[in-house]
Design a protein around this ligand. Structure first.
Ligand SMILES: [Zn+2]
Length: 448
């Protein structure tokens, strides 16, 4: 059976074989070594379907549960452990190649098609895809799982198993899976190449350009989920980074107060938005300086946003619409590579007994901390590049798809501050909004 399965057809009849359906899995394998042979065959087959009593089992991407089940089949613990290691290695090799995920169909992708040779989870399903993208954006915007679950249950979409009713776990799995941006997770870490960049798989996936979501979006979502988990005392299991601050107001913090304060200096405090309340109620929401040392400036929020948004959009159209998204390589790649090589040669010398561990201790810790520091710099560089790619190749439609935090990131790329000047003495309370009182500092040096 395993031979036929690996070949993809029955040897004698040439009838294609794409999987195995069994009444009981014990009829297929009983010992770990049978399992390994069977699993290898499924991997070779690339489609690798295994159905046990109507349950679809994902042997290729097994996280250890199926293997653990073998312990009860009367085999030694050691043999099971060995097998388990082997299974993980198989999965790893596939992931490192960026091979198409060979398990059950994922929501958002098409299943396999023999006629066209299409593999499962390779091509996007255009009817499901917009829903997946929307769920990811909702998660990024901090919507609750329950909201997203009822959004799907009310939609005409069914789960991959054909259910109309969705549950939180399914939604969570879809949103947190790195597959939607082309990545894979193994051992709680993103699969990366030698340089530390995520390996992007050879299946269709979301892009910032078309879908407005990408690796960065995923990192932000995972960060939020992990920080919640952490606060409940659970272990973290995915890469983390600084939480992206998402306020409600686009221009909060970019605006600075331009009034001369009580001690004779320009106040220059960061101005934040205030919803209409109390004695300001009749003016509506406003951006206000609240420094205690300052008499304050204030401006109506709607007028400020209308003016500054249109200014930024005009600037982006002019300077970024015919640029190309690109990533400037990090300049110290060689040095990092060097440190890594040194570390592995020191490690090799220790394990071969050339150097005593006690002698190498200082060198080792220095190399390790040097590598960590450079990896941090590298990550910061890539993040800055990703932010700059928010504006490169600019198209105006992008703005409307962005949430507050994305708009703020774009503004941060082109504007360093906007100073709000006080309204001159004697101006009528009814005077219209005067844009000349907003002094803008553009980031000219950072044009693409
Ligand atoms: Zn002020």
């Amino acid at each position: 059976m395993c031979k036929d399965l690996s070949l993809g057809f029955e040897d004698e009849t040439k009838i294609p074989i794409q999987g195995v359906i069994a009444v009981e899995r014990e009829r297929v394998y009983r010992l770990p070594r049978d399992f390994v042979a069977f699993q290898d065959a499924l991997i070779m087959n690339r489609v690798g379907v295994f159905i046990d009593d109507r349950n679809f089992l994902d042997l290729v991407n097994d996280d250890g549960n199926i293997i653990s089940g073998l312990v009860t089949a009367g085999t030694g613990e050691a043999e099971v452990k060995k097998t388990r290691k082997r299974v993980i290695r198989n999965t790893k090799d596939l992931a490192k190649e960026g091979a198409v995920y060979a398990g059950p169909r994922r929501f958002g992708w098409l299943g396999p098609d023999k006629k066209t040779g299409r593999r499962g989870n390779e091509k996007i399903d255009m009817s499901e895809w917009p829903y997946l993208v929307s769920l990811i954006k909702q998660a990024y915007a901090n919507k609750g799982w329950r909201t997203m679950t009822s959004y799907m249950s009310l939609s005409p979409m069914k789960t991959v198993r054909g259910n109309d009713v969705w549950n939180d776990a399914t939604i969570k799995f879809m949103v947190t899976s790195p597959a939607w941006w082309g990545g894979r997770i193994l051992d709680g870490k993103i699969v990366t190449d030698k340089k530390g960049d995520p390996v992007i798989g050879d299946w269709e996936h979301a892009t910032m350009e078309r879908d407005g979501i990408g690796y960065e979006t995923w990192l932000a979502i995972m960060e939020r989920i992990n920080s919640k988990r952490h606060s409940r005392g659970m272990a973290q299991d995915a890469p983390t980074r600084e939480v992206m601050r998402t306020g409600k107001y686009v221009w909060s913090g970019f605006l600075r107060c331009g009034r001369i304060n009580k001690i004779g200096h320009i106040c220059y405090s960061k101005i934040t938005a205030t919803p209409s309340s109390g004695r300001n109620k009749k003016y509506g929401p406003a951006y206000l300086c609240r420094s205690p040392a300052c008499k304050g400036v204030g401006r109506k929020l709607a007028a400020v946003e209308l003016y500054l948004d249109s200014l930024v959009l005009a600037y982006l159209d002019k300077h970024f619409s015919d640029t190309e998204p690109s990533t400037v390589p990090w300049s110290s790649e060689k040095e990092l590579e060097n440190l890594r090589e040194q570390l592995s040669s020191v490690e090799a010398s220790i394990s071969s007994g050339e150097i005593a561990w006690t002698d190498a201790h200082n060198v080792l810790t220095q190399l390790q901390s040097g590598i960590r520091k450079m990896e941090g710099e590298r990550a910061a560089h890539l993040e800055a590049e990703a932010k700059r790619n928010l504006v490169r190749g600019w198209k105006r439609e992008r703005w409307d798809m962005m949430d507050v935090s994305q708009k703020r990131a774009v503004i941060g790329q082109v504007i360093s501050a906007v100073v709000v000047m006080p309204i001159p003495e004697g101006t009528s309370k009814k005077a219209p909004f005067n844009p000349d009182l907003l002094k803008i500092a553009w980031r000219k040096d950072e044009a693409a």
